[in-house]
Design a binder for this molecule. Structure first.
Ligand code: G3P
Ligand code: MG
Length: 246
């Protein structure tokens, strides 16, 4: 079966069943059998790396304002779970180091950079990756490929993954034109077919399409031979893969 080695990658943890990008969401994804977790980061006012998808805290907390304008202390006071369900009221916005401390290295973490490049971001991210010994169990992705190239030049051991929503002529060549050793491709899933995937995988790239939730789409991606699937429902994907194996 082609899907034997496909990684189950929990999008923002298990965002379909718990408040996205919180520790409870990451724990749930791991319990459900995720091989990897995807999360998003921004910089706080003083440069701490905060796990949150949006530029502001408005949608996913009881506060308001831009993350870049708030201190880590102010951000940690917010309730990041009640918007999803009253039982999640004790959830906070995690700092990246809290996730590194929580998640065992056997579970890969896909850190997606949402904020613009800065020397401060580069320094803090590389410092945390080295401190927690996560260079070989993290892939750093972004739609901003220039940021990834800068980071890779600073730390050649860093695994970088290109996010994109464009239907490029050759997915493999997209990686080649960065001029750096790219670890993975993260295409919007509707843009790829089995030929694109096979061509990229043959050249040594991992292919992790996002964000696939419907059973038919999950099956199609598995049949196309992708290296991993980013999904809001890691438990469903794990069950589907187990059922196929049985
Ligand atoms: O990393 C895959 C996916 O998360 C990219 O889009 O907006 O969900 O962060 P978004
Ligand atoms: Mg993301």
């Amino acid at each position: 079966m082609k899907n034997q080695t496909t990684l189950v990658i929990g999008h923002r943890g298990a965002a379909g069943e718990a408040p996205e990008n919180t520790l409870v969401s990451f724990r749930l994804a791991i319990r459900q059998g995720a091989d990897a977790l995807e999360l998003d980061i921004h910089e706080s006012a003083e440069g701490e790396l905060v796990v949150c998808h949006d530029e502001t805290v408005n949608r996913t907390t009881n506060g308001s304002g831009r993350i870049a304008d708030l201190s880590a202390e102010e951000l940690k006071r917010l309730d990041a779970g009640s918007w999803f369900g009253p039982q999640f009221g004790s959830e906070q916005l995690p700092l990246l180091q809290e996730v590194f401390a929580l998640v065992p290295p056997a579970v890969m973490i896909n850190v997606e950079i949402k904020c613009p490049y800065s020397a401060r971001l580069e320094q803090r991210l590389l410092e945390l990756l080295r401190h927690y010994g996560r260079l070989d169990s993290v892939v750093v992705s972004s739609f901003d490929h220039k940021t990834l190239i800068k980071l890779k030049r600073k730390e050649p051991a860093l695994r970088i993954g290109l996010l994109y929503s464009a239907n490029v002529a050759s997915h493999r060549q997209l990686a080649a034109i960065t001029g750096e050793d790219v670890y993975s491709l993260h295409p919007q899933y509707k843009l790829i077919d089995a030929d694109d995937v096979a061509d990229a995988v043959r050249s040594g790239l991992q292919v992790y399409p996002f964000t696939i939730n419907k059973e038919n789409d999950l099956r199609q991606a598995l049949a196309a031979g992708v290296s991993g699937i980013i999904t809001d429902f890691p438990g469903r994907l794990r069950e589907l893969m187990n059922a196929d194996k049985a």
